[in-house]
Design a protein around this ligand. Structure first.
Ligand SMILES: O=P(O)(O)OC[C@H]1O[C@H](O[C@H]2O[C@H](CO)[C@@H](O)[C@H](O)[C@H]2O)[C@H](O)[C@@H](O)[C@@H]1O
Length: 435
């Protein structure tokens, strides 16, 4: 640029302090700067994005002031792609990596859920047998009923409608959908196909260059360790700090199977998007986000609201039927129900409405809500550890945008591109500092 008079405007975008330097070679706006003083006049605008004072990127664009007001926070579309420092992404990934290295009570291999579809309302159901036929109690005081037996025991009265439920459950049984250890690949070939996100960060950085990163994070097993009591799956302060920092730079959403309020009570960051109940309960940030559209974003989408009475009924029935079963715990997740039990093949049964909605659909919905539906310059990153996260990984693969990171210590069949296994740490700061 030739020498020019500069009007420096301050704006914030993605948590990055942005200096708008306006080339006023021919135009001399009044100060303070006001777009309205230049209606329909062409101006050149250069934007400096400065992330924490160490990364500077320039763009220059000609257009009317109106052109420069189309993006969020008054920034034009062309100014959206930026590379704020990727350090927050690295610190979060490192934090997850650190967490997965620690010993946890339940390995992620046993966390996988069974997704049962409920086609009909359930009443008088006998999920577990009567007291005289109680499922066996294992050494740890846990029930030892197998999934097969459990399904057999779903001999529920008022036949037709409930048979439909059982049929749909069988159709979506874990033999088809469970996230299983990959039998086809050993550790080393799996790593070749799903390299560590930490080791591959240079490639990831290159791929995301010039694009708007949007972060999607699963909760259990990703931000918090898997523990025996679901009510005590706390995330560490360090993890919270990493997510908070991330959200300052990039739109960030928590996508969880849990009830949204419950996951919020663990995360406690009002600036995030939350998609609870496997994405069936989506709410925008309630404060502080650069991406929120209103002062207090309300619920954005609840595609399964008509199922609430049915879910309540299922919850009550399950509670009643499992109350004498040691080790069983029923969790009401608002639009779905989880039944936890231990010392069996599967540790949690997840019961949810038969609507075509999952974490992948929630991801797409959120991208659309953020205005990135048809954007080619968006780079969504989804980090998760569970079978239910595969729907989101698959969406990213199909869109050819961004990538998924699977948190797993063992090889699993996955649509994620990268893995996090708690093996590598602290190697990336050098690279990031050099970026
Ligand atoms: O989508 P997510 O955020 O990963 O939630 C999936 C389920 O996570 C929780 O259960 C799992 O974590 C518990 C706490 O560590 C553990 O005790 C349990 O064995 C795991 O299955 C949560 O309790 C469920 O409601 C979620 O559906």
């Amino acid at each position: 640029m030739r020498s020019m008079e500069r009007v420096i405007l301050l704006n914030y975008y993605s948590g990055v302090k942005v200096g708008l330097e306006v080339n006023v070679r021919r135009l001399r706006p009044t100060w303070p700067f006001n777009w309205a003083t230049w209606p329909n006049r062409h101006v050149s605008v250069a934007v400096t994005l400065t992330a924490e004072g160490d990364n500077t990127v320039w763009w220059e664009q000609r257009g009317t002031p109106q052109d420069f007001r189309s993006g969020p926070c008054g920034l034009p579309q062309w100014a959206r792609p930026h590379q704020a420092s990727l350090r927050p992404v690295v610190s979060l990934i490192e934090e997850i990596d650190k967490m997965t290295s620690q010993n946890v009570l339940v390995s992620d291999a046993t966390k996988s859920g069974i997704n049962m579809a409920i086609a009909v309302a359930v009443s008088n159901s006998a999920l577990f047998t009567t007291a005289g036929q109680k499922p066996q109690v294992g050494p740890g005081g846990f029930i030892t009923i197998s999934r097969k037996k459990l399904l057999q025991k779903l001999e529920i009265g008022s036949a037709t409608r409930l048979n439909a439920w059982v049929d749909s459950m069988k159709a979506s049984s874990p033999t088809h959908i469970k996230s299983t250890p990959s039998l086809s690949q050993d550790q080393s070939s799996w790593i070749l196909h799903h390299p560590s996100a930490l080791e591959m960060f240079e490639q990831i950085t290159k791929a995301s260059k010039g694009k708007q990163i949007v972060m999607f994070l699963d909760y259990d097993g990703t931000l918090s360790p898997i523990v025996e009591d679901p009510d005590r799956a706390f995330m560490s302060d360090a993890m919270r700090a990493a997510v908070r920092k991330l959200a300052r730079y990039f739109p960030t959403a928590i996508v969880s199977g849990r009830c949204r309020d419950k996951v919020y009570s663990f995360v406690r960051l009002a600036e995030l998007y939350y998609a609870g109940s496997h994405g069936m309960d989506i709410k925008g940030p309630s404060k502080g986000s650069k991406y929120e559209n209103g002062a207090h974003q309300a619920v954005l989408f609840q595609p399964a609201s008509e199922f609430v009475p049915m879910i309540n009924e299922v919850y009550k029935a399950l509670l009643e039927k499992t109350k004498s079963t040691s080790g069983a715990k029923v969790e009401h997740n608002k639009f779905c129900v989880s039944v936890h039990f231990r010392c069996v093949d599967e540790k949690v049964l997840e019961i949810r409405p038969t609507i075509k909605w999952d974490k992948g659909k929630a991801l797409e919905f959120l991208l659309e809500s953020l205005g990135f539906a048809n954007c080619t310059d968006v780079f969504p990153v989804y980090i998760g550890d569970d079978r239910t996260d595969e729907d989101a990984f698959k969406v990213l693969r199909e869109r050819g945008q961004g990538f998924g990171i699977l948190v797993s210590k063992i090889p699993k069949d996955t649509n994620a591109s990268y893995s996090l296994q708690g093996a590598i740490r602290g190697k990336l700061w050098t690279f990031c500092n050099a970026w």
